[in-house]
Each structure stands twice: as C-alpha cells, then as structure tokens.
Design a protein around this ligand. Structure first.
Ligand SMILES: Cc1cc2nc3c(=O)[nH]c(=O)nc-3n(C[C@H](O)[C@H](O)[C@H](O)COP(=O)(O)O)c2cc1C
Length: 362
C-alpha cells in the first residue's frame, strides 16, 4: 500500500500517527536558556494541532552554543527540569516531543532578529563565539573576537552533545536531533569554506565530517535503543563558485550517519555564508535534496522548506520523496496545520475532545 501523509510510521520503538513534524524554530524567548510559559504554549499548541512530532527550536548544548542570549539551552539540570512541563504536555496530546541539540559556532552572540541580529559583545551579555577556524561571519561592522577551537576543545563540544542528550532524556524527550545545518558549528566543520584546520578535524572529507559523526555517535550512545536519533544537515552550501559543502558529500555523510545509528536525515540547505546563491525558494525548494539522499542511501529522510499545503505534503510522502513532511512557517501561521490537513485530505485525525463541537462535518 502507498504511504500517505496520514500513514503511521514506526521509528525504532516510537510510533508516529502521521508524517507531519513541526520544524525546529528559534523563539528567542528564554532568559538564561530556560524554557518558560512561551515554550509550553507554543510547542503545546502545535501538539494540540495534531503534528506527530513537535520539535523544539535549536537548543544550545552550552551557553556559547546559543545564537542569541535569548536562546533556549540545555546545559544544566535546571534547564532539563524547565523543559519537562512541555514534554509532558506534548505527550499527553499523543504527539512525540523532540529536541534539536545545537551549537551556534561562529554565528553565536548576536541579538535576536527583531533587535536587528547585531553582534552582542561580552560586556553586553554576549561572548566570544567559537569556530573551527578563524574565519568570522562577514559582518559589516565590529563583532566579538572569534575563538578557534583547539583539538581538545572539539572533543569537549562532542561531550557537551552527549551530556545534553542525557539531560534531554531526563526532560522526557523521545527524539534527539543533532543540528549540523545552517552554518552553525557542526556545519562550519563540514564546509571547507569555514574549516581550514590541519588537525584531524580539518582537510579531508573524513576529517571535516569527524565532529558530526562523533556528536551523532555520542548522542546515539546515551539515547535508548528504542528511541530515534535524527540529524539535520544542509545538503549544500549553495556556493558552487568555490570549494564548499555539496550534495555528493551530503550523500556520503548521510550514509555514514546511517551506519552510526541515525534513524532519519532531516534535509535542509544553506546558511553557511551570505554569498550563497539561493535557488528559487518556491514550494518544496529543498525536497529534491531529501529525495536524492533517500534514493542513494536507503535511509529515512525528512523534507523541509516551502511545504505549505496538505496536498503538497501528501504528495511528497505518497511519491516516496521523503518519509516526513517537516513544516516550519506554516505551523506559525496555523498551529492546527495537521488537523486541517486531515480534513482536507479526508483522513482520520483526533481532535481534542475539548474542541470536538467545532470539528467541521465531512
Ligand atoms: C522563526 C524561525 C526560526 C528558525 N529556527 C530554526 C532552528 O532553531 N533550527 C533549525 O534547524 N532551523 C530553524 N529554522 C528553519 C526552519 O526549521 C525551516 O527549515 C525553514 O523555515 C524552512 O521551512 P518552512 O518553509 O516550512 O518554514 C527557523 C525558521 C524560522 C522561520
């Protein structure tokens, strides 16, 4: 039988009731990295709205792993405790709580978008961002000095991913995603544009991918066998005019991650450099990358980017282009995207009993 948007899916011991995931989306609404009422209501509403997986925003594995001082984090037990209310609620809606574990690298220490995404200096509550090499993001004005990680410090980052995953488990998450996309720290190691190292973390494909493989292995190590691990990658830097990260390397890396026990590759793109040559960002602009990785590796993949309608999401799953339709901005416009999609596609989906009197008749 052909899969559809409302087919179930088993990933290890996790049962998904449909193929819709809420894409990780930064909320820039934390103080000291702690989850609060905003996260409960924001993520909770999308669980009420019927998505089978509700993923947190990029959640920093260390204070300097944040993009802005307002980012969510999970670098202490207190952070894990603050997230527990949200995971408990999401599960009570029969949705699966997932966490994106992240390190911002050279793109860290800037103000939130509605404050201009400007560099924040250490004496203003910011920090010195860390990176594989001394290749700063090309800001127009001054920015805090970048710190190039020593080989030993790279190992420390891998350990931070491991400990963050342990805490995420304590907090009640069922899926852990390693964020290796969008020009943040792990992606900076992958791309020769930002990685000029000459130790075992730079140079060859093997070396540039080492930290992503190690972080995935570390998370997989502490994540129970019956629970899935995802990895989000940027399939390409969109910088074909120079030596950069591209689709061929993404296929090779995905295959390696599959062997290390990654259960799904969440396929995004870009974000490494402002010179990127963005393609037409119309509906499903990144789906072909997911489709290729699925075809070449046989791994499960999630497609993201410009998926706005039920029929489009359904088409992606039905035609075997991806296993999950990952929906970002449309979930901000409509927290009930999945319930509305079920109506449109004439599929079964449970509305919460509190809302049943409002369910439109078929
Ligand atoms: C407000 C906002 C915040 C985002 N934050 C993250 C993030 O924390 N981690 C991530 O991997 N992608 C992040 N993204 C990218 C989205 O997850 C998604 O990949 C992108 O928006 C394309 O999907 P869409 O067209 O469905 O929105 C963010 C996007 C938006 C709009």
């Amino acid at each position: 039988m052909t899969d559809s948007l409302f087919s179930s899916l088993s990933l290890r011991g996790t049962e998904l009731s449909n193929r819709i995931m809420v894409s990780p989306m930064c909320q820039y609404s934390s103080t000291d990295g702690l989850a609060n009422d905003w996260h409960l209501v924001h993520l909770g509403s999308r669980a009420v709205g019927g998505a089978s997986i509700v993923m947190t925003e990029a959640t920093a594995v260390s204070p300097e792993g944040r993009i802005s001082p307002n980012d969510l984090g999970i670098w202490s037990d207190e952070h894990a405790e603050a997230l527990e209310r949200t995971t408990t609620f999401v599960k009570s809606m029969d949705s699966v709580p997932a966490i994106q574990l992240a390190h911002a690298g050279r793109k860290g220490s800037k103000s939130r978008p509605w404050d201009g995404s400007e560099p924040v200096f250490p004496d203003e509550g910011g920090w010195n961002p860390v990176a594989p090499s001394d290749v700063p993001w090309p800001y127009e004005g001054d920015a805090p000095e970048l710190h190039e990680l020593s080989t030993e410090e790279v190992g420390d980052v891998v350990e931070e991913f491991r400990v963050a995953a342990e805490r995420a488990l304590d907090a009640g998450f069922e899926i852990a995603e390693v964020h290796a996309a969008h020009g943040y720290l792990l992606h900076e190691f992958l791309s020769p544009v930002t990685n000029h190292r000459d130790d075992e973390y730079g140079g060859s494909f093997e070396n540039r991918t080492r930290i992503v493989r190690e972080a995935t292995e570390a998370v997989r190590d502490v994540w129970p066998d019956d629970k899935p691990v995802f990895v989000r990658i940027s399939a390409t830097d969109w910088l074909d005019d120079r030596e950069s990260w591209d689709l061929d390397q993404s296929v090779r890396l995905s295959a390696a991650l599959g062997e290390l026990g990654a259960d799904l590759i969440d396929v995004s793109a870009g974000g490494l450099h402002p010179d990127q040559q963005l393609p037409n960002t119309g509906p499903g602009y990144q789906v072909p990358y997911a489709e290729l990785i699925r075809e070449e590796t046989g791994l499960r993949v999630g497609a993201v980017g410009g998926i706005r309608t039920a029929r489009h999401a359904d088409e992606i799953v039905r035609n075997g282009r991806a296993d999950l339709a990952i929906v970002g901005r449309e979930h901000l416009r409509d927290p009930y995207f999945a319930l509305h999609a079920a109506q449109e596609l004439d599929a079964d989906a449970e509305w919460p009993p509190q809302y049943r009197r409002a369910v439109p008749r078929r």
